[in-house]
Design a protein around this ligand. Sequence first.
Ligand SMILES: Nc1ncnc2c1ncn2[C@@H]1O[C@H](COP(=O)(O)OP(=O)(O)OP(=O)(O)O)[C@@H](O)[C@H]1O
Ligand SMILES: [Mg+2]
Length: 256
Amino acid sequence: MMKLNPFRLFARKKRRVSHYVKSELLTADSPFIITEAYKAMRTNLMFMLSGNNKKVIAFTSGLANEGKTTTCLNLGIAFGQTGHKILIIDMDMRKPRLHRYFDVPSAPGLSDFLGGFSSEIPIAQTAFENVSVLPVGTIPPSPPELLMSKTFDSLLEKIRDEFDYVFIDTPPIHLVTDLAIIANKLDGVVFIVRENSITLEVVKESIKSLEHVNAKVLGFILNDSEGSSPFAQYKYRRRYKGQYGYAYGYSLPSQE
Ligand SMILES: Nc1ncnc2c1ncn2[C@@H]1O[C@H](COP(=O)(O)OP(=O)(O)OP(=O)(O)O)[C@@H](O)[C@H]1O
Ligand SMILES: [Mg+2]
């Protein structure tokens, strides 16, 4: 029987973390096209959030793997580069990932604070300028109950005072309804669509479910776009091609 070498396992884990950081986080070495795409998204989002203390937004998509986490954390880093204080919250209790990217412990975090197990909000600093993270915390048996609690309101109140922008990474709205519970308390929701990963029907249903709970859908980001999908018919302000092709706009799919 093959013997497991604990040092080898450790080495593998280490490699995986650095793989995340190197290949997917926005750094000074990121290709120009990617940096520019995030900067352009940053400018537009900042414009949309200007005035009235609008700062807390969630990133979601219809289905899994559409690029919510990648977009949320890289936009957080891009916003941090402008000198604003940013908090990124991991609210995806189905597949939490932010702690891995930022190399911080997953707990204590959001769920521990909401459940009353941590009196302070357990915010961790990251290696990125001006970017803090609230990791997911201990995964509870029933995330919706935690999110419904009044503690969520007090969390929002506190972080609104402390940060310039707060980005929340959430699960896919068509599969998990957690975001619907809190969506109307936020200043907006950004909807990610990964090209060739979702049907227009599911996008429409997802948007409807957000509007049903009075969420303010700020717009959508078309991720990984080659520019030839049916989604390309909508008005994009910008489109970038390449490995990380981002196209985004503010018109929602037409109602026909
Ligand atoms: N534009 C892109 N080009 C290439 N790879 C991408 C792009 N966007 C995301 N990815 C990759 O796709 C995978 C899924 O992305 P990500 O984790 O951000 O999606 P997600 O919507 O958060 O998924 P989940 O619903 O499972 O949480 C990751 O490995 C990420 O690096
Ligand atoms: Mg994710």
